[in-house]
Design a protein around this ligand. Structure first.
Ligand SMILES: *Cc1c(COP(=O)(O)O)cnc(C)c1O
Length: 389
C-alpha cells in the first residue's frame, strides 16, 4: 500500500530540481506588469480612446515592426485571427490543404479550418520540436505532384497551398531548410511565431522569413496585451490588404459605409495596444530573465539521468517562452506520475498538447507518419517559466 503512493525516484528527483531552481511554488506562465502599464491604460480611459481607433494601435504596430525587423506589422485582436487573415492573404481557399504540424496548439489547425481548408498534418523534428524538413520533403516527394506551378495531393487531388511552421514553445524551427522545401514544392511559408517573440533564427527574428508571420499577445505569452496578435509581412500590398480585411473592408470615407469585400472585425482595441506598448518596452528584460531561468534549469537538470532539458537549437537564440524537459524513451511510462508529483508540490506542469490527429475534428485529416510527434507527446513536460521566477 505504502509503496503505491510513494513517488518513483525519478518523480522525486524532478521535484527536487524544481525546488532548487525556483525555491517557490509557481504557475506555468504569469505576466509581469512592472512598467508603464497603468499609465498607458489610464491614458486610454482618460481620453476615451479605448476601442477600435487610437494612437497606441499605430505605435504598437510600428514598434513590433521595428523590433522584429519586419517591413510591416498589422495588429489583430488575437493570434488566431492573425493566422486566419494571413492564410486568407496567402490565397488559401475552401477545399485546399495546408501543411500544419501534428504537434501544435489547436489554433494553428483551427485557422486553416476557418478558411474551409483541411489541415494536412506533418511530423516534428526532435532537435527543434518544429516541422522536420527532411521528413516533409520525403513525404511530399512520395505523396504529391506539381502541376502547372501548384502542388497537389496525389491521393485526395486537393491543392496544397501553404506550410504553417510553428516555433514551438519559442524555439525556432530550421527555417532555411523549410524555405527550400517550400520553394521546391511551390508552397507559401507562414510562420506561427505566436510563442516566439524575441526568438531569432541565424539573427533573423522568427516570423520574418516566410511570406507571413504571426504573433500572439495572449495573457500567457512573453508579452501580453491582455489579448492581441499581429501579422508580419514584407510586402506593402499584402499589409494593406490585411489591414483592410481586419477592419471590415470599409472603403475610407467621412460618412459612407461601403465595404468592398468580405471583411472581419479583427482590429486590436486601443486599450489592449496601450498595455502591449508598455509590455514591449520590457521585452529585453523579460528575455534576459527567461534565458537566465532556462540556464538554471539546464544546469540543475544536468545531474539527472533518464531525461534532458530542452535547449535551443544551435542556429537559434530562443526566448525560452515555455521551458520543457523530455524523458528518455524508456522512461515515458513515468510521465503522468511525474506530472502528478509536480502539480501536487505546487509546481504547475503540463504535457505537450494532445496531437491534432487525436482531436475529433481533425481525426480524418490527411497526415504523414508522425512517429516523432507521438514520441514527443509521450515524453515532454512543460514547467514554470514566468520571467520573474
Ligand atoms: C497562443 C498561440 C496561438 C493563438 O494565439 P491567441 O492569441 O491565443 O489566439 C496560435 N498558435 C500557437 C502556437 C500559440 O501558442
Amino acid at each position: 500500500m505504502m509503496a503505491k503512493t510513494t513517488p518513483a525516484p525519478l518523480a522525486l528527483q524532478v521535484c527536487d530540481v524544481l525546488d532548487k531552481t525556483l525555491s517557490r511554488k509557481a504557475l506555468l506562465h504569469e505576466p509581469s506588469f512592472t512598467g508603464h502599464e497603468w499609465e498607458y491604460v489610464k491614458e486610454c480611459l482618460d481620453t476615451g480612446w479605448v476601442s477600435s481607433a487610437g494612437k497606441f494601435v499605430d505605435r504598437f504596430e510600428s514598434e513590433i515592426a521595428a523590433y522584429t525587423g519586419s517591413a510591416h506589422a498589422v495588429a489583430c485582436v488575437n493570434g488566431t485571427s492573425a493566422l486566419h487573415i494571413a492564410l486568407r492573404a496567402a490565397g488559401v481557399e475552401a477545399g485546399d490543404e495546408v501543411l500544419v504540424p501534428d504537434l501544435t496548439f489547436v489554433a494553428t489547425a483551427n485557422a486553416v479550418a476557418y478558411c474551409g481548408a483541411l489541415p494536412h498534418l506533418v511530423d516534428s523534428d526532435e532537435k527543434t520540436l518544429g516541422v522536420d524538413p527532411v521528413k516533409l520533403k520525403k513525404h511530399l516527394q512520395e505523396s504529391s505532384k506539381i502541376k502547372s506551378g501548384a502542388l497537389f495531393n496525389r491521393r485526395t487531388g486537393a491543392k496544397i497551398k501553404a506550410l504553417v511552421a510553428v516555433h514551438t514553445f519559442g524555439h525556432p524551427v530550421d527555417l532555411d531548410a523549410l524555405q527550400r522545401v517550400c520553394e521546391e514544392f511551390h508552397l507559401i511559408l507562414i510562420e506561427d511565431a505566436a510563442e516566439s517573440l524575441g526568438s531569432f533564427y541565424k539573427g533573423r527574428h522568427t516570423g520574418t522569413t516566410g511570406r507571413f508571420g504571426i504573433l500572439s499577445f495572449n495573457g500567457n505569452k512573453i508579452v501580453t496585451a491582455g489579448g492581441g496578435g499581429a501579422v508580419l509581412c514584407r510586402d506593402a500590398t499584402d499589409a494593406q490588404r490585411i489591414k483592410h480585411r481586419t477592419t471590415t473592408a470599409k472603403a475610407p470615407h467621412a460618412w459612407n459605409f461601403y465595404h468592398d469585400e468580405l471583411g472581419y472585425n479583427y482590429r486590436l482595441p486601443n486599450i489592449n495596444a496601450a498595455l502591449g506598448c508598455a509590455q514591449l518596452e520590457q521585452l529585453p528584460v523579460f528575455l534576459e530573465k527567461k534565458r537566465a531561468l532556462a540556464a538554471r534549469y539546464r544546469e540543475n537538470f544536468l545531474k539527472l539521468q533518464g531525461l534532458y532539458f530542452f535547449e535551443e537549437p544551435p542556429f537559434a537564440k530562443s526566448n525560452y517562452w515555455l521551458n520543457a524537459f523530455l524523458l528518455n524513451p524508456e522512461n515515458s511510462s513515468q510521465r503522468n506520475e511525474i506530472l502528478s508529483a509536480l502539480n501536487q508540490k505546487g509546481f504547475m506542469a503540463r504535457p505537450a498538447w494532445v496531437l491534432m490527429h487525436k482531436l475529433p475534428m481533425y481525426g480524418a485529416c490527411p497526415r504523414m507518419d508522425v512517429s516523432t510527434a507521438e514520441s514527443l507527446e509521450a515524453r515532454l513536460i512543460n514547467i514554470p517559466s514566468s520571467s520573474f521566477l
